[in-house]
Structure formats: C-alpha cells, structure tokens
Design a protein around this ligand. Structure first.
Ligand SMILES: NC(=O)c1ccc[n+]([C@@H]2O[C@H](COP(=O)([O-])OP(=O)(O)OC[C@H]3O[C@@H](n4cnc5c(N)ncnc54)[C@H](OP(=O)(O)O)[C@@H]3O)[C@@H](O)[C@H]2O)c1
Length: 416
C-alpha cells in the first residue's frame, strides 16, 4: 500500500509529452463545449513541494511511455504493468473490489480517495490506506475539478484509463448531481487532460427507466461520455450497467435467521433481478479496461442463472435457514400514499426534498425489475439480460447465514 507521492510510486508511467496535447485540447475545446457550467480549468501553479516531488518521482520511475502511439492501440498493446489506471470511487463497495481486481491483474492503479472514506467517513486515513492496499492511494477531492487536477498533476504521471465507481452515498437530489454527474465528469476531464484514452463507467441497469434524480444524473454523464468518444475517435468508453448486487439482497438474511417473516411488496413477483456478485462485477469491469470487444458499448450485465423474484429469494432463504416460510406481504399502494404525502409536503417544506426522493427510490425498487427493459413490449426481459461470472446468490446467502453480514453492509440508503 502506498500514498502516491514521488517517494513511493514506482511503476507508474511518467507523464508523456502527448499529455500536453490533451491538455490543450481539453482546456480549449472539450471543457468549454461540454461542461459550460463547471468552473473554468485553472492554470496549474504547482507548489514547490509538488515540483520537488515530481522531480524525485521521475528519478525513481523506471518505465517510459512508448515512443510511437496510435490512438486506438496506444495502451491496449501495452503490458498491464505499464498501464496507469485512475480509479475514482475506489473506496466504495464495488470500487474497492475493482481496485483489488486491477491490482491482481498487474495494472498500476492510482486510487483516488478521501482521507476519511466509507459510510459517514467511518474509515480513518490508515484504514483507507489499508483498503487500497496494492494501489497508489491519492487523496483528493473529486467534487472539485481543480483539486483533482492538482493532485494528478502533482504525481507527474500520465493516465491511460479512468474507471469510475463513484456514486452518491445518499441518493439525495443534490448529492446525486454532485457525485453521479459533476464529480464523475471531473474525473473524465482530468483523466483526458492527463492522456486517458478510455473511460469505464459503473452505471446501473435501472437508468433504462429513469424516474429518479440519480438516474437522470447518471444518464446525463453517460450521454456526454458517448459524445466525447464520437467527437474524438482516439477515445473510447465502456458503460457497465449491472443488475442488483448481492449486498442489496442481503438485507433480510438476519431477520429470516431470527425467525422473522420475509417482507415483500405485493405478491412478491412485482420485480425480479439477475443478481451479480461483487467480485464477478469487478472482474467484468476489469475486462473493460483492455477488451476491444467491450469498447464503445453500453453493457447491461447480470450474474449467472435465471432471474429471481423477491418471493423466490425469500423461499431460498427459508430453505437454506431450515425454517418454515413466513411472508409479510405489503401492498405497494402504501408506498404510493406515502410518496403522495411527501410530494405535497415538499411544496411547503422544500427541505423535505430528499425524504421525498428516498420514498421514490424505495417505491422504484419495490416494483421495477433489474433486467433489460424492452420498450416494444413494455416489459422486462430476463432472457436478454446478459449473464457473467460464476458466483450464485444461493452460495452467497449460505455464507451470510453462516458467517453473518459483516463486510456486506448496505450503504446509507439501499439504492442502485
Ligand atoms: N446496489 C446495487 O445493487 C447496484 C446495482 C446496480 C448498479 N449499482 C450502481 O453501482 C454504483 C456504485 O455502488 P456502490 O454500492 O459501490 O457505491 P458506494 O459503496 O456507495 O460507493 C460510493 C463511492 O463514491 C464515493 N463518493 C461518494 N460521495 C463522495 C463525495 N462527496 N466525495 C468523494 N467521494 C464520494 C465514495 O467515497 P467515500 O468512501 O469516501 O464515501 C465511494 O468510493 C452506483 O452508481 C450504483 O447506482 C448499484
């Protein structure tokens, strides 16, 4: 584990003269065209310590940028050890699996993090460094373009690929736009400025039917990312839209174990998903870094096996726990009523905006499937939802029943 300073960043590729080309391109064209409302990119005034760091860093860096690069093959033809991957959202649930998988595959990973990471900043700086073991931790503020830019400039390295696993931890309206759009956009702008030719975005399958603010924020970024690749053929993207993560289905394991009923909306068949394990999803995201087949595509992805409804998940849990099935069926109309009340109140008390949004998020996941949406039939289609990986929900439930939920904690809100 290392904090990325010139003293310990061996293996990262130094910035090449090519990056200056991107610097010009991005400052003059891309930023002004695509994010007119973000802060203008500041000129870089490196501090003395930053300059000194960079100097020392270049001394300790062994690998050099390739002499000749064609835009499409520039980094894909390199060995992973010569490829610098910037990961933002590195301390998140999926982001951390992604960091570990990229490190395992031998990439040079620059993991951007806050000094206090995790839900409500529960991880200290040392714990954060521990989480990012094997990567070069870079403490910065992704919500501020100039901060992120300064941090990467200070490293004196070029970036080949950006992987974003950023997500609003609350799903609140303003936070969604700040993280799922603005901060993610900052990572694109800064990545491009320092040479990135490819951007892998962790999005969500639910953006197909956008009714929530975080979905709209993600879609806006997706559209701008695609636009950028259309504008510059030397740049590409992979947009990964997973179905439900295992952790999102683990909320009732302890209840069932304790003999409580399994709670579901309607008859438990209102929605279904093809859940994917975190390591399998991380592996798919890592594939997106190099695979030409996954370039310039929107990639919905689920786990192995058939789609499961909440009723089937509950039945599976009772069977594995060796308990008699007991279900508590909650009419979905209860949520509609609560949302109606909150929507009314928010007009009088705007501070209730997030509470109303959380109600809508709950309603969405109680009724909408995490599968491919077919606009022609107006239905979700389990068969056309791609499967990836080997881990099954049944094995996961077994493990959580035996060993507990530790390490599988949900976020502040259980959102997608
Ligand atoms: N849950 C599901 O079943 C599911 C299914 C499909 C898709 N998805 C999508 O997957 C994505 C990631 O989910 P996840 O569960 O891995 O997310 P997560 O655990 O909540 O992680 C969020 C990441 O974003 C960072 N972040 C949030 N606010 C920040 C801020 N103000 N400043 C700096 N960094 C900030 C967090 O950093 P800190 O650690 O410093 O807070 C963390 O690294 C989301 O886009 C979600 O929509 C989820």
């Amino acid at each position: 584990m290392s904090i990325c300073t010139p003293f310990n960043c061996n293996g990262l590729n130094p910035i090449s003269s090519k990056s200056n080309t991107f610097k010009n391109l991005l400052t003059s064209q891309f930023i002004s065209q695509t994010i007119p409302h973000t802060v203008p990119l500041p000129s870089l005034h490196l501090s003395q310590s930053c300059k000194a760091n960079r100097k020392r860093f270049q001394l300790v860096t062994a690998s050099a940028a390739p002499a000749l690069e064609s835009p499409k093959t520039s980094f894909r033809s390199k060995n992973p050890k010569d490829i610098n991957v910037l990961v933002v959202g590195s301390t998140g649930y999926i982001g951390n699996f992604v960091v570990k998988e990229l490190v395992r595959r031998g990439f040079n990973v620059i993991a951007v993090a806050r000094e206090r990471s995790g839900i409500k900043g529960k991880n200290s700086k040392d714990e954060t460094l521990g989480l990012l073991s094997g990567a070069n931790a870079c403490f910065s503020d992704v919500t501020k373009l100039e901060s992120l830019e300064g941090s990467i400039e200070c490293l004196g390295v070029s970036i080949d690929v950006v992987v974003s696993c950023l997500a609003s931890r609350s799903g609140g309206v303003k936070d969604s736009w700040l993280i799922d759009y603005e901060a993610t956009k900052n990572s694109l702008v800064v990545g491009r400025k320092f040479g990135a030719k490819h951007f892998v975005l962790l999005s969500a399958i639910c953006v197909q039917k956008p009714l929530l603010e975080f979905q709209r924020a993600k879609l806006k970024f997706e559209a701008e990312l695609i636009e950028e690749a259309e504008r510059d053929e030397g740049f590409s993207y992979s947009i990964v839209r997973p179905t439900a993560f295992f952790k999102s289905l683990a909320g009732q394991v302890e209840l069932v174990k304790d003999g409580k009923p399994y709670v579901m909306f309607g008859d438990g068949r209102l929605c279904a998903c093809k859940p994917i394990s975190e390591p399998d999803l991380a592996s798919f995201i890592a594939d997106c870094v190099l695979s030409e087949e996954l370039v310039n595509k929107v990639l919905p992805v689920g786990g192995p096996g058939k789609a499961v409804t909440p009723l089937e998940q509950g039945e599976m849990l009772f069977r594995l726990a060796g308990k008699e099935p007991k279900f508590l069926k909650v009419p979905i109309q209860i949520m509609d009523f609560a949302i109606g009340v909150l929507d009314f109140l928010v007009k009088i008390f705007p501070s209730l905006e997030d509470a109303a949004e959380f109600g809508k998020i709950g309603r969405y996941y109680a009724a909408e499937s995490m599968l491919i949406w077919d606009p022609k039939t107006g239905e979700y289609d389990a068969d056309s939802t791609p499967s990836y990986g080997n881990d099954t929900l049944e094995e996961f439930f077994k493990r959580v029943l035996e060993k507990g939920i530790d390490g599988q904690e949900l976020g502040e809100q259980m959102i997608f």
